[in-house]
Design a protein around this ligand. Structure first.
Ligand SMILES: Cc1cc2nc3c(=O)[nH]c(=O)nc-3n(C[C@H](O)[C@H](O)[C@H](O)COP(=O)(O)O)c2cc1C
Length: 408
């Protein structure tokens, strides 16, 4: 690997970085950002072209978003879940990305109780504790059940099986979703985990299931195969996980041999826009919602249940620095990385890589543009309409494309 000690912060971002045994050509990683390109739950050609374009645009590694580890792990029925039938299209995708010189990771998750997928668990989604399921209320799944130890063991095995299949499909890394209010995050959060057995209460107990998952995933893959974890710095609501505990979680993950961290924040069922900041595209979310009752609920209660904060560049930086200082393993900086200056700051701070969501939705060739102009800034203005767009046929896109093509 090249000597990076003499490189300026901007240049450093273009030097290789190692995650486990994997060497990335540079320090730009595409964040898992749900593409909405799996019609009928099958990875489609659109998904391949999307990641091919991002790889061609210069990233070191792209991440295919949210693949549920089992059919029950889907928030809604259109999401892909790991099974033998999806291996051929995934293999085509990984080959296409590799041809562009980038690596590719697969985000693996389970939604827990955050589900409106009537096919899941015969209409009874499960989480750490019995709870109301607001997302499923209007589709006849208002209650989520508490997972039994046997359910926990089964989901642990699903994660391990899914990780091994991801490798079989040609992925270079897996990213386990421990954040954003999905199942493992529901177990970590003191608010949503009210169990009194060995999986609830103290942080040690709340960590038990996520750590079992990491251990089994590690064991299902060759040593050195990168296992990344997306974790919450804070849940973003009162009573949720806070930085003190997330630092302890990062340390525990490091002890289990995790290869790198992607620190984020927010909880989809309670503080969804904490992870984006900026505008809430409520009008657009209502427009793409296909259930009439859900449309009405969004119209009546949307403003009440969704809150955001102002967007500014590197909005997780301060909290992520705490994690950076706590562990030795590679840590990426995610959240509002939209400019060359931001990338340089991240490198100066000692982050090993940057993780980009909306900048790459707005400009799939963001990295190449930055290579040409170190002061380049993305056109993304955090309008967040891409968050609604991912639910339209055709999937995620930047609405600023319409402005430029005169459709707006
Ligand atoms: C359209 C869209 C879909 C997203 N879907 C996911 C997802 O499936 N899994 C996930 O972990 N994060 C998801 N995110 C969040 C991003 O990974 C990232 O954490 C967030 O956008 C902040 O990074 P940014 O400021 O670079 O956009 C999504 C973001 C966007 C914009």
């Amino acid at each position: 690997m090249s000597d990076t000690s003499e490189a300026s912060p901007s240049q450093k971002a273009f030097t290789p970085v190692k995650l486990g045994d994997l060497v990335l050509r540079n320090r730009f990683v595409k964040a898992g950002a749900y593409e909405g390109m799996c019609p009928g739950g099958m990875p489609g050609d659109e998904l391949l072209r999307h990641h091919q374009a991002i790889a061609r645009g210069g990233v070191g590694m792209t991440t295919v978003a949210y693949c549920a580890v089992s059919a029950d792990g889907r928030t809604f029925a259109q999401q892909m879940h790991m099974r033998p039938e999806i291996l051929p299209p995934l293999r085509r995708l990984t080959e296409a990305v590799h041809k562009e010189g980038a690596a590719v990771s697969l985000q693996l998750g389970h939604c827990g109780y955050f589900s409106r997928n009537r096919e899941a668990s015969r209409g009874w989604p499960r989480g750490p504790s019995a709870t109301l399921n607001l997302l499923g209320f209007l589709v006849g799944m208002p209650i989520a059940r508490r997972m039994r130890p046997a359910d926990i063991a089964a989901v642990t095995e699903d994660f391990a099986r899914a990780a091994a299949m991801a490798r079989e499909a040609g992925f270079d890394a897996v990213e386990l979703h421990l954040g954003h209010g999905y199942l493992l995050s529901q177990f970590l959060s003191p608010k949503t985990n009210r169990r009194r057995d060995e999986y609830g209460g103290s942080l040690e107990n709340r960590l038990r299931f996520p750590l079992e998952v990491v251990r089994r995933v590690r064991a299902s893959l060759p040593a050195g195969f990168p296992v990344l974890c997306k974790v919450n710095l804070r849940d973003g609501f009162r009573g949720g996980l806070e930085l003190e505990e997330s630092a302890a979680i990062a340390k525990a993950l490091e002890r289990e041999g995790v290869s790198g961290l992607v620190p984020s924040g927010g909880f989809v069922s309670r503080s969804a826009f904490y992870l984006f900041r900026g505008k809430i595209p409520l009008r657009q979310m209502i427009a793409v919602e296909h259930l009439y009752r859900q449309k009405l609920a969004l119209l009546l209660f949307g403003r009440m249940v969704m809150r955001s904060g102002p967007f500014h560049e590197l909005f997780f930086r301060e909290d992520a620095l705490r994690l950076r200082a706590t562990v030795k393993m590679p840590v990426g900086l995610l959240g509002g990385v939209v400019s060359g200056d931001g990338v340089a700051t991240a490198m100066q701070d000692g982050f090993d890589f940057v993780v980009l969501g909306r900048a790459l939705v707005a400009e799939p060739d963001f990295v190449e543009r930055l290579r040409r102009d170190p002061r380049f800034r993305s056109r993304c203005d955090a309008c967040n309409q891409c968050v609604a767009e991912m639910d339209r046929p055709g999937g995620v896109r930047c609405v600023l494309d319409d402005v430029h093509s005169g459709q707006s």
